[in-house]
Design a protein around this ligand. Structure first.
Ligand code: COA
Length: 425
């Protein structure tokens, strides 16, 4: 069995998180991903949040699986020459530099097109064209400027960012889709094109239900938000809705047995209309099935605090897993709040390859999230991230056809690092 993107070569000029998540996905689908890094330094995340002395950090290793690394000083004339050759040999260049960096390096889009008109150039920037286009951006800035933070948290608290990296990894996902789409179009046009994904746009895309609610506000209160039942008037902008469900079926996070000591002893509970009668039976309120205040969804909306309070009395008598089992027997949608510890130990996630153990020659064995997208004809085998410059010579010879003499000359120019030797593999 072969892999979907076998034969596609990616010039991976990405760093930190957003770009690397994109190229890692492409590598998992079989692309040959060549990561270009600055000699002696590499991707800054190699050394950030280090937990094992002298080993590449988990931050780096978990975002750069299945890639090869070449070190190249792209401001050095020889480095530029090698980069130009790589552009000729690759199908896609992916970058998430600060605005204008590629231009300042001497490789604006017009130049790249003359080097290789088939090359797809994919970029992540913080913002699209407009007042902020020249700004550098990190995850939380994107969450704040893309509408996620203003709509996350509780009404009486400040805006909140979420732990899910929707600005970085989310935009990486968007870009990956743009790249494979451009590759598909190239099969018909024979031409490369620019693919751009701005982090603000990516976050707004993921927050689209809140833009939906912004427009609904013009036609009346948002009846599924808790504040409606509490009689709190709505302002001009979509408010923070705590743990209210963002959809048409009201939901809440409710305490379960042990909540006093376990910060994750909670369950998300959805009062889906089609199973309302089963919910009433489970929580011991059978008369709510026919009572005019509770029987129909519209009647329940102003009473959600009371209803969820009653359901919570029931969930507090069960562990989150017991509640999950009982509720699922009746098809009542719910989900325990799973800690990272529980997810790391979850055997079913290990079986599907969503959580994988990876061997690394310097840091030993570590856990990572594998490919969350499963293709039946393109299996993913997760291999460790490269050491800095580990494949420099290999890439010069195999991809660019350099002779030993040319490799030696390139090293003499100071544009490359000598490859690190892997001692124990
Ligand atoms: N050889 C020589 N120079 C290199 C190099 C290489 N291999 N790789 C990078 N550089 C240089 C660049 O040419 C640039 O130099 P210049 O400013 O003189 O033109 C310099 O490194 C800095 O690049 P930059 O991307 O601006 O890095 P930064 O650390 O200052 O900023 C970010 C980091 C993430 C804020 C910025 O890259 C950014 O806004 N990226 C787009 C949005 C994004 O993806 N953000 C999320 C990251 S998770």
């Amino acid at each position: 069995m072969t892999q979907a993107l076998k034969g596609v070569r990616i010039l991976d000029f990405t760093h930190v998180q957003s770009g690397p998540t994109c190229t890692q996905l492409l590598a998992w689908f079989g692309a040959d991903v060549i990561k270009v890094e600055r000699p002696g330094v590499g991707d800054i995340t190699r050394g950030q949040l280090r937990d094992v002395p002298n080993a590449d950090s988990l931050y780096f290793t978990m975002l750069n699986h299945n890639k090869r690394s070449i070190t190249l000083d792209t401001k050095n004339p020889k480095g530029k020459e090698v980069l130009t050759e790589l552009m000729k040999s690759c199908d896609v260049l992916v970058e998430n530099f600060g605005p204008g960096v590629l231009d300042r390096m001497g490789f604006p889009w017009e130049t790249i097109q003359t080097i290789n008109p088939k090359l797809i150039v994919a970029s992540i920037k913080g913002f699209g064209p407009g007042p902020y286009e020249d700004c550098k951006v990190y995850e939380n800035v994107a969450q704040c400027t893309g509408g996620a933070a203003s709509t996350t948290g509780f009404r009486d608290g400040p805006p909140l960012v979420t732990g899910a990296q929707i600005g970085d990894s989310g935009t990486g996902l968007h870009l990956a889709l743009g790249i494979v789409t451009a590759l598909y179009q190239r099969t018909m046009t024979g031409k490369g094109q620019k693919v751009t994904a701005a982090m603000q746009d990516g976050v707004l895309n993921l927050s689209r239900v809140k833009l939906r609610d912004q427009q609904r506000l013009a036609h009346g209160p948002l009846t599924e938000y808790s504040q409606y039942g509490e009689g709190v008037p709505f302002g001009e902008a979509v408010p923070r809705a705590g743990n209210d469900s963002g959809g048409g079926q009201p939901g809440r996070i409710l305490k379960c047995k042990g909540w006093e000591t376990d910060p994750n002893a909670y369950i998300y509970f959805i009062t889906q209309a089609p199973v309302w009668e089963k919910i009433c039976d489970v929580i011991g309120e059978p008369e709510w099935k026919t009572h005019p205040d509770y029987a129909k969804p519209a009647a329940r909306l102003p009473r959600l605090n009371e209803i969820f309070g009653r359901i919570e009395q029931w969930t507090m008598t069960k562990t989150k897993f017991e509640a999950m089992e009982i509720l699922n027997r009746d098809d009542i949608p719910c989900g325990p709040i799973l800690s990272m510890k529980e997810l790391a130990e979850d055997q079913s996630l290990r079986k599907t390859g969503t959580v994988v153990e990876v061997e690394h020659p310097v840091r030993g064995t570590y856990l990572s999230v594998g490919n969350p997208i499963k293709l039946s004809d393109s299996p993913t085998v997760v291999t460790r991230s490269p050491l800095l410059g580990e494949h420099t010579d290999e890439i010069l010879k195999e991809v660019l056809g350099f002779s030993d003499h040319q490799v030696a000359e390139a090293h003499k120019s100071g544009a490359l690092d000598p490859p690190q030797k892997v001692a124990a593999e």
